[in-house]
Design a protein around this ligand. Structure first.
Ligand code: XUL
Ligand code: CO
Length: 447
């Protein structure tokens, strides 16, 4: 779908027009080589499969600051003494960017869209003002909100946690933020609502009652779920796991931890997971592993697409361009029948050394092309009969009469013991990993 380009009072990216699709032969850095929104892959268009979103925080707030020095980019929309003026300018820049890039969705934290005020009421008011303006721009352009969330990790009051803070008053401030962010998400037709538990964890066991904090966390999420449903939120609540950074121990360590928590607290009908690639690697997993654990549980909701750096353990939030990672991710997504209401949100930031305005476009174009290529290749791999047969053959014994009885829960441990005694030793059966890996390379790079 071709959406109109949005330009506010000021054009913030005057040297960039709508990004065209020029195809694989192009060497234009400001054109797509692979992402052709209307191209069919299987039953759906690329746009419908990928549901790309731009994140508000890194893209419009990120200036390249790191713990050793300030930002390196001085964006025009930030040059306002009044933080509400800056917020209005940033909104125009954001919609110009979304529409020139050609993504259908965006995502925000409450504090990305509007600054905190001096009181709960003033913060709520600021967010309402910006929500109304965002709504106008959504209606003008057709851009939609993939998800909203509340930033409950930047303000110093959250240093000991938000929903898991030992002080009820801090928990109440977190509730005020989630309430307002849910209202904004509903007003903007958001398809999901995310909780990334930035400071929901602890640093020292001897000053922490973890049992109590985890109970509080579940209570808080239940209250948020109930409030969201009461104001008409029909979307999916998402938890975004991360094992560390900023906290030493974070409660939402990884997918399996979160799935167990949600099931234990009876939240698994309303909540799914938002898997971020770099969080997966911080947890010692691959991106695809985390996606697969969610898919197996029927709880893969959405994706924060980015990548880490193989040489360090930080959350570097680089743009996703590693094709092996992207292909493996899309294989899981396609195998589960797509992302439903979720999408691929680029929770990724420019390197501090990338200082040209056009770098914001170039980074997103590369990431969108990477996932477009990955989509096509994953579709090919998932339909390859050799790969399918290799996997199926490994489980052939469960297709026998006895295997079916086992899977149906009709055998006892003693029945299995008798089977082992009767049949004797199992014949070793090769896992054929190298063949599988070679076959993937043949299909991906073999032309
Ligand atoms: C932090 C992170 C967040 C969440 C939203 O690592 O990924 O930006 O995606 O709060
Ligand atoms: Co994220």
């Amino acid at each position: 779908m071709q959406r109109p380009v949005f330009k506010g009072d000021i054009e913030y990216f005057p040297n960039v027009e709508r990004i065209p699709f020029e195809g694989p032969g192009s060497d234009n850095p400001l054109a797509f080589k692979a992402y052709n929104p209307n191209q069919m892959v299987g039953e759906q268009t690329m746009e419908a499969h990928l549901r790309f979103a731009v994140c508000y925080w890194h893209t419009f707030h990120g200036t390249g600051a790191d713990p050793f020095g300030p930002g390196t980019r001085d964006y025009v929309w930030n040059r306002h003494a009044d933080s509400m003026d800056a917020a209005r300018a940033r909104l125009d820049a954001a919609f110009e960017f979304f529409t020139k890039l050609g993504v259908p969705y965006y995502c925000f934290h409450d504090r990305d869209l509007a600054p905190a005020g001096a009181s709960v009421s003033e913060s709520e008011h600021n967010l309402q003002v910006l929500t109304d303006l965002a709504k106008e721009r959504q209606q003008m352009t057709g851009i939609k909100l993939l998800w909203g969330t509340a930033n409950m990790f930047s303000d110093p009051r959250y240093m000991n946690g938000a929903a898991t803070n030992p002080d009820l008053l801090v928990v109440s401030h977190a509730a005020a933020q989630v309430k307002a962010a849910l209202e904004a998400t509903v007003a903007l037709g958001g398809e999901n609502y995310v909780f990334w538990g930035g400071r929901e964890g602890y640093a020292c066991l001897n000053n922490t009652d973890t049992r109590r904090e985890l109970e509080h966390f579940a209570r808080f999420l239940t209250m948020a779920r109930d409030y969201g449903r009461s104001i008409g939120f029909k979307g999916v609540f998402l938890i975004e796991p991360k094992p560390m950074e900023p906290m030493f121990h974070q409660y939402d360590f990884d997918a399996q931890t979160v799935i167990g928590f949600l099931r234990h607290h009876d939240l698994d009908r309303d909540f799914k997971l938002n898997i971020e690639a770099n969080h997966a690697t911080l947890a010692g997993h691959t991106f695809a592993h985390e996606l697969q654990m969610c898919a197996d549980a029927g709880m893969l909701g959405s994706i924060d697409a980015n990548r880490g750096n193989a040489q360090n353990g930080w959350d570097t939030d680089q743009f996703p361009t590693d094709m092996n990672d992207c292909i493996a991710a899309m294989q899981v997504v396609l195998a589960q029948g797509g992302l439903g209401r979720g999408g691929l949100n680029f929770d990724a930031k420019l390197r501090r050394e990338s200082t040209d305005l056009e770098d914001l476009f170039i980074a997103h174009i590369g990431a969108m092309d990477a996932f477009a290529r990955a989509l096509v290749l994953a579709h090919k791999l998932n339909h390859d009969s050799t790969l399918q047969q290799l996997r199926e053959q490994r489980y052939a014994s469960f297709e026998t009469a006895m295997g079916r009885e086992f899977e149906a829960g009709r055998l006892s441990l003693a029945d299995l013991r008798d089977h082992a005694a009767k049949m004797g030793e199992a014949t070793p059966s090769s896992g054929k990993q190298e063949w599988v890996e070679n076959r993937i390379n043949d299909l991906v790079f073999g032309g």
